[in-house]
Design a protein around this ligand. Sequence first.
Ligand SMILES: *[C@@H]1O[C@H](CO)[C@@H](O)[C@H](O)[C@H]1NC(C)=O
Ligand SMILES: [Zn+2]
Length: 528
Amino acid sequence: MAKLKTILILTLLMAAVATLQAHLEEDMEEERMHPSFKEEKSGKILLMAREGEDTNEFWLNMGKEFVRQQQKQQQNTNVAKNVIMFLGDGMGLTTLVAARNYIDAEHTKLSFEEFPYIGLSKTYSVDKIVPDSATTATAYLCGVKANYGTIGVNAAILRDDCQAMKNSSNHVYSIAKWAMDEGKSAGFVTTTRVTHASPSGVYAHTADRDWESNADIEQVCGADHGLDDIAQQLIYGEVGSRLKVMMGGGKSAFIDKTLYSQGWRTDGRNLIEEYQKQSPKYQYVETKEQLEQLDFSQTERLLGVFNDGHLDYHLDSLANPENTQPTLEEMTKKAIEFMQLQKDKGYFLFIEGGRIDMGHHDTKARLALDETKEFSQAIAVAREMTSEEDTLIVVTSDHSHTFSVAGYQDRGSDIFSLVSNADDKLPYEPLSYANGEGYYKHFDVKNSKRVNPEEVLKGEANDVFPATVPLDSETHGGEDVGVFASGPWSHLFTGVYEQNAIPHMMAYAACVGEGLKACDSLSDGSMK
Ligand SMILES: *[C@@H]1O[C@H](CO)[C@@H](O)[C@H](O)[C@H]1NC(C)=O
Ligand SMILES: [Zn+2]
C-alpha cells in the first residue's frame, strides 16, 4: 500500500515537473519569437517619435479625432469632370511604410494617405501569379486582364506572338480613349521612357512590351513584320496621335541610329521631327527650361522628352549640376495647367512615378523610397491644383516587390539604421529583399557567412540592400496593392477587387466608356 502511494506521488511529481518544463519551453519559445529586449533597456522608452505617446490622452484623442473625421465624411456623387490616375510603379505597402519613415521618422503621412477611400487591388495576370507592368497597365487602364509582357491586347495574345497581334479584334483600348471619345482631353506623364510599359498602356497595343522601336520588333518577328512599334503608335496611333500631353524620357526609341548616336531605330526615321512637322502648334521640349518657357497659347499638343532613356533618379538629378530634367512634380504641374486651359469637357491624365520599381529591382531601397517621396509630392500638387468637387484622383500601384521591413527597430530611429544582432553576432539591416542583386554584396559565399552590413551600406543613394536569393534583378511581389481615391465617387474604390475593375470605376464616375455611368443612374432619374 505504502509502495503504491510512493509511486502515485512520484508520478504526480513527474507530471508537475513535466508541466513546469513545458511552461518554461513555451516561455522560451515566446521569448524567441517576440523578444523582450530586456538586455537593451530597463523599462524605459529611449526614443519616442512624438511627445506624449506614453500617455493615455495622446492615443485616445487621436482615435476620437479620427472617428470625428470619418463620421463627417459625405459621399461625393458629383460627376467627375476630370480624372487623374497616379501610378507608383512597384509601390507595394511595405514601400509606403518605409517611405513615411524616409520622409521623417515615422509620423509623416504620404500625401495620398489622406484620401478618404482606400481599397486593395488584386494584381495577378491571366498567366502569372506575380505580374509585370505591361499586363497590369492593360488591367488598370483598359479594364481587361491579359498575359505577362503584353500591353493593350487581351489574353488571346501570348507574349511575342507576331501573327496574333495583327488581329485587331484582340486589341483593347484604355480609358484615355474612352475619355477622348466623350470630348475630354487625355495625356500622360512618366519618369520612364514614354514608350515604357506603364505609359504604353494608355495608347499602345503590343504583344511585347520591349517592342519600343522598329528594331526591337524586327529581332523577334523578322523584317516584314508589318507591325507598329510603340514609339510609332505614340506618334501615329489611333489613341497616341490624339493625346494632348506626353512627357517623360526615351528619345532613343524615336530616332534612327544613323541620325542620332543614341538612336535605336533602323528605318531611317526621326519620329519626333515627323510629329513637329504636323503642326507648328505641336510643341516639343527637351529641357526643364524649355518646358517652363513654353507658350501654352501657341500649344495644341505637348511632347516633352527629357532624356535618351528613363529620366534620372531624382537623387541622381540632385547630385548633377548639369541636370536639365524636370521633376515629376514639375511635369505634373505643367500637365495639369495645360489640361485646365483646354476647352474640352474635362480631362483624363495618367501620371507615373516609374522608377520606384527600378530602385527595387536593383535592391537599392534608398532610391525606391526617394522616388516614392517624389511621387507623393506630385500628388500633393495635383490635389492643390484641382477640386474634390469635380476631379477624381486615384493613386495606386501596378504590383508590389519582395521588399520587407523587418526586425524590431526602436520608434523614432532612422529606417536604415541597423538592428543588433542576428545569430551570427552581426547587426542586420531591417530593409531587405527576398531575392535580388543584394545577395552578392551581403553574403560572403566563399566563407559561408554574412558580410557585416556596415561594410556595404554607406548611407549613399546607391546602397545595395540585402537579398536572400541570388538574382541579377529582384522580382516583383504578388500581394495586393493599395488604391487611394479622392473626389467624385471615390467611395466606389473601397473593398478588395480585381485590378481591371479600376478603369471601370473611373469611367463610371466620369461618365465615359461603355459601362454603367454615374450620369445615367442618379436616384431621381434626372441627368446631371
Ligand atoms: C481574330 O480574332 C477573333 C477573336 O479571337 C477571331 O474570331 C477571328 O477569327 C480572328 N481573325 C483572324 C483573321 O484570324
Ligand atoms: Zn518592374
